[in-house]
Ligand binder design. Structure first.
Ligand code: HPA
Length: 243
């Protein structure tokens, strides 16, 4: 069963007809919210609000391990995660969707593996290509049918937050080869890999990253873009679930 993780601006999927709430407690504790099982355009899917419902958890407070394990226990076989990001390069203008194909992890102090039990065999998972190719291709096909502005590929910088970056930090990320910056992609992506769950990310660019515009970055500016952008993401995901 396909699962969606909704980020900022996607706490609820208005088009999801909820059939069941899975109130799961994992060995890592409780996920951000109950895993919702429902129908999206007639297709059975799972949905989890990454920051809780209502949105209360900051990116570094999210229990990513519980979220991913709960999705697996609820029957997820693949995950598409939506998130809001800042745009660094010209390939990531505000309002566009990016389907990243790489990640650099700048987070720290987060629980970033499921293999923390010395009694269990340790596995070093291959993470050369953090996103699932087949899932990305399927998303690309759907995006190509829309009028939305989107970019195939790009490197996602996962920063710790909750503050936004300095202009110098963004220049460094750009020199490192990053196109977009967000606070939630890691460890979410690697935990999906550790669970052998195909995972892809759909990133909505909601602001030019620090130093990339002449204005201060305000929540009002971000929220204006998120409102329409996430509505498009919801429609796209419904369309994606159907095929
Ligand atoms: N930086 C980090 N995370 C973000 C940003 C940003 O500019 N915008 C939305 N999430």
């Amino acid at each position: 069963m396909l699962a969606f993780i909704g980020g900022t601006g996607l706490t609820r999927m208005e088009n999801l007809k909820i059939l069941q709430r899975h109130d799961i407690t994992t060995r890592f504790g409780k996920p951000s919210a109950p895993v919702l099982e429902g129908e999206l355009d007639g297709q059975r899917v799972l949905f989890l609000a990454r920051h809780g419902d209502p949105h209360v958890l900051l990116p570094h407070q999210v229990n990513y391990r519980a979220n991913l394990v709960a999705l697996k226990e609820a029957g997820a076989t693949a995950i598409v995660a939506a998130n809001a990001v800042g745009g660094i390069t010209a390939d990531a203008p505000t309002g566009a969707l990016v389907l990243p194909d790489q990640i650099i992890d700048y987070t720290y102090g987060r629980d970033m593996t499921l293999f923390d039990d010395p009694a269990e065999p340790l596995v070093h998972v291959d993470f050369s290509w953090p996103f699932d190719g087949a899932l990305r291709n399927a998303l690309k096909e759907k995006l190509a049918e829309t009028e939305l502005s989107w970019t195939d590929g790009g490197c996602y910088a996962a920063t710790q937050g909750p503050r936004l970056e300095t202009a110098a930090e963004i220049l460094r990320l750009e020199r490192d080869g990053c196109d977009i910056v967000g606070m939630t992609g890691m460890p979410e992506a690697v935990l999906a890999r550790e669970l052998a769950l195909p995972y892809a990310m759909l990133s909505l660019v909601v602001n030019p990253a620090a130093g990339k515009s002449t204005h201060e970055i305000t929540m009002a500016e971000i929220e204006a873009v998120i409102h329409d952008g996430m509505a498009s993401v919801c429609l796209l995901l419904a369309d994606f679930a159907r095929d």
